[in-house]
Design a protein around this ligand. Structure first.
Ligand code: IFM
Length: 444
């Protein structure tokens, strides 16, 4: 039996643009994702978050589902342009009311809200002013966070400033796979730095508010391995890990960026002051980690170039290797850097195709197996003294998987996007049993 400590926080996670639908309802402003998904060629089949899971209108039903699953906590994100249609200045009371009602509904059902302040839906109006490239954004973000703390801070006790800043900066500003779709390394480096400053500014506002809850940030970390010991391979592994992971962990925990970044990017590297770094490294109350997979690099014997390679393990529908031990590796690494800071797995899960049986039940053994193996690794972390306080499955329900539209299903609850019918998958039933027992055994 893998038993978890009492009070371990079992939850599920979602994000506003991925589930809410009705993105312009009740006076909301456009987000960059609304614009991006409405621009031809950006998403699978031109799909958008216009309807998504219709959670904006069905949130009560969804909270009832969370209760049925036995969730202890729910991690959701707040849409900045619902609350501030222009991104700053005028508050949209109806947008704020939605989150107020959601939080009350959660609490009435005994589910703790974990609110993410920014999960990628930047107001379009702020993008028009440069978005994450504009250094002013830390002030816009701090003001937005202050609005949320004032209205929800009496009931939301755990706040996550940003979700996966690497994705916002790199996928949004460097590769263009995500909104706002820029392809500009110079912009991506500035976006990353400004995201970290925005995190710092929100923590400062939270501390100044006197509210007694906790605040942290969520970063995405892959396990990154070399498939051979060629010096060229080791150099690539180091470079990838430095750009994807050390870029964020080191300023947060060591108060400095890895020296290699400035060297590698040369003139493109932004001007960073000691004061910036001191603010970014200010103490937070917990760290969220999103873990999904491992990257392996090896030298191609034919060409001599180093490239990403596959192992013999199973791969998910995203083409991501199932590598549960990576969760242990990543949490151990973070713990070595962050010391006693409580850690949460704020996302972990897998996209696999579901099989709907004639009786309507949904069979997803690969997802159940994925979760089981990762839960066991989480347990191993706790056994080894890593202060893991909770675990959020990604995702509560199938939803809009960004550029992949609705083609990838991550939910432990199936959503029929034609009818909006929700059906708990077998993985959801499994998760529910794990929560009820606060652990699992081989037969769970
Ligand atoms: O759907 C995303 C989520 O928005 C951020 N983390 C990874 C998930 C799966 O790709």
């Amino acid at each position: 039996m893998y038993r978890f400590p009492e009070g371990f926080v079992w939850g599920a996670a979602t994000a506003s643009y991925q589930i809410e639908g009705s993105p312009l309802a009740d006076g909301a402003g456009e987000s960059i994702w609304h614009r991006f998904s409405h621009t031809e060629g950006n998403t699978h089949n031109g799909e958008t978050g216009d309807v998504a899971c219709d959670h904006y209108r069905r949130y009560r039903e969804d909270v009832a589902l969370m209760k049925e699953l036995g969730l202890k906590a729910y991690r959701f994100s707040i849409s900045w342009p619902r609350v501030l249609p222009e991104g700053k200045g005028r508050i949209n009371p109806k947008g704020l009311d939605f989150y107020d009602r959601l939080v009350d509904e959660l609490l009435e059902n005994g589910i703790e809200p974990f609110a993410t302040i920014y999960h990628w839906d930047l107001p379009g109006a702020l993008h028009d002013l440069g978005g994450w490239i504009n250094p002013e954004i830390e002030h816009w973000f701090a003001d937005y966070a202050a609005v949320l703390f004032l209205r929800l801070g009496d009931r939301v006790k755990r706040w996550i400033t940003l979700n996966e800043p690497w994705c916002s900066a790199h996928l949004g500003y460097v590769t263009g796979h995500h909104a706002p779709g820029l392809r500009d390394q110079w912009a991506g480096l500035r976006a990353a730095h400004h995201l970290l400053l925005a995190h710092a500014a929100a923590v400062e506002v939270y501390r100044a508010s006197g509210l007694q809850g906790q605040i942290g940030i969520t970063v995405n970390i892959n396990a990154t391995h070399a498939g051979d010991d060629a010096p060229e391979t080791l150099a690539v592994v180091r470079r990838v890990d430095t750009y994807n992971t050390r870029f964020f962990l080191e300023p947060l925990f060591k108060g400095s960026y890895p020296e290699e970044l400035a060297q590698h990017f040369g003139r493109a590297w932004p001007k960073v002051t000691a004061g910036d770094l001191e603010r970014i490294a200010q103490p937070m109350d917990f760290l969220g980690i999103n873990y999904y997979t491992r990257l392996i690099f090896a030298k191609d014997p034919a060409t001599g170039t180093v490239r990403q390679v596959k192992s013999t393990a199973p791969y998910t529908d995203m083409g991501w290797e199932v590598y549960p031990e990576g969760l242990y590796e990543v949490l151990k690494r973070v713990h070595e850097m962050a010391g006693p800071l409580p850690l949460y797995v704020t996302e972990n899960g897998a996209a696999f195709p579901d099989r709907i049986r004639p009786d309507g039940t949904v069979s997803d053994p690969e997802r159940t197996d994925y979760l089981r193996q990762h839960f066991i690794q989480a347990h191993r972390c706790i056994q080894d003294g890593i202060p893991l306080a909770g675990y959020f499955v990604w995702s509560l329900m199938d939803n809009f998987e960004w550029a992949f539209g609705y083609s990838k299903r991550f939910g432990v609850v199936h959503v029929d996007f034609e009818t909006q019918k929700r059906t708990v998958k077998e993985s959801g039933r499994f998760f529910s049993r794990v929560i009820a027992q606060n652990g699992l055994d081989a037969e769970s």
